[in-house]
Design a binder for this molecule. Structure first.
Ligand SMILES: Cc1cc2nc3c(=O)[nH]c(=O)nc-3n(C[C@H](O)[C@H](O)[C@H](O)COP(=O)(O)O)c2cc1C
Length: 185
């Protein structure tokens, strides 16, 4: 699949079949993440694939955090928890390097890696959900669960959607791009 096709087809999935994703496909997706550009080539990411018990523990913890919140954020978090629960695969992405000065550079690098993962998943016919609502969960929870002391940046859920999904319509280029280069029209 061409990159342009993968970009066009990728869309967030919140419904998943129970069907497992082959480990070699997951490895390919993570390798694509590792191929992303990063600030000073620091590759400041660690991808952790959870087992079923760990995934269930995360879902329960997210529901617990959601129930402490007001109606609207609570409903968002609960919807994310439901999607994570359905997806057979949950990958957590941690920042292995961070500091105040280069914080954005490291986080953007991880964002690039995650997008690579999602595009690779799309090419493989696997649906995905990039989720940050899991950031509501305290760092100490992951330390206890995974013995990992890094900060969580995002979760990636992977699996197979029961339906053929249509990507969202995005803003046209005229709305997102100002071309001041009059010599290049
Ligand atoms: C940084 C980031 C965090 C996100 N967090 C969540 C989340 O926690 N839960 C969720 O359901 N979707 C989450 N999404 C998915 C967005 O809602 C989705 O990308 C957006 O609605 C556009 O839809 P599309 O991905 O199908 O193009 C996140 C996306 C990004 C890029």
């Amino acid at each position: 699949m061409k990159t342009s096709k993968a970009i066009e087809k990728r869309t967030s999935s919140r419904n998943f079949l129970k069907k497992k994703v082959a480990q070699k496909l997951i490895n390919k997706i993570i390798s694509a993440g590792g191929g992303a550009p990063s600030a000073k080539n620091t590759q400041p990411w660690l991808f952790v694939e959870l087992n079923d018990e760990q995934k269930t523990a995360c879902v329960k913890e997210l529901i617990k955090e959601a129930n402490k919140l007001d109606f609207q954020p609570r409903s968002f978090l609960l919807a994310t928890a439901e999607a994570i629960n359905q997806a057979p695969v949950l990958i957590l992405v941690f920042a292995t390097i961070d500091d105040e000065f280069f914080h954005n550079s490291y986080i953007l690098s991880i964002g690039a890696a995650i997008e690579n993962c999602l595009l690779q998943a799309t090419e493989l016919g696997i649906q995905s959900l990039w989720n940050c609502d899991m950031l509501a969960i305290d760092k100490s929870f992951f330390k206890k669960l995974l013995n990992i002391d890094y900060d969580l940046v995002s979760g990636i859920s992977l699996g197979y959607n029961p339906n053929v999904m249509k990507a969202h319509i995005k803003k046209p280029i005229s709305e997102i791009f100002i071309n001041n280069n009059v010599n290049n029209k």
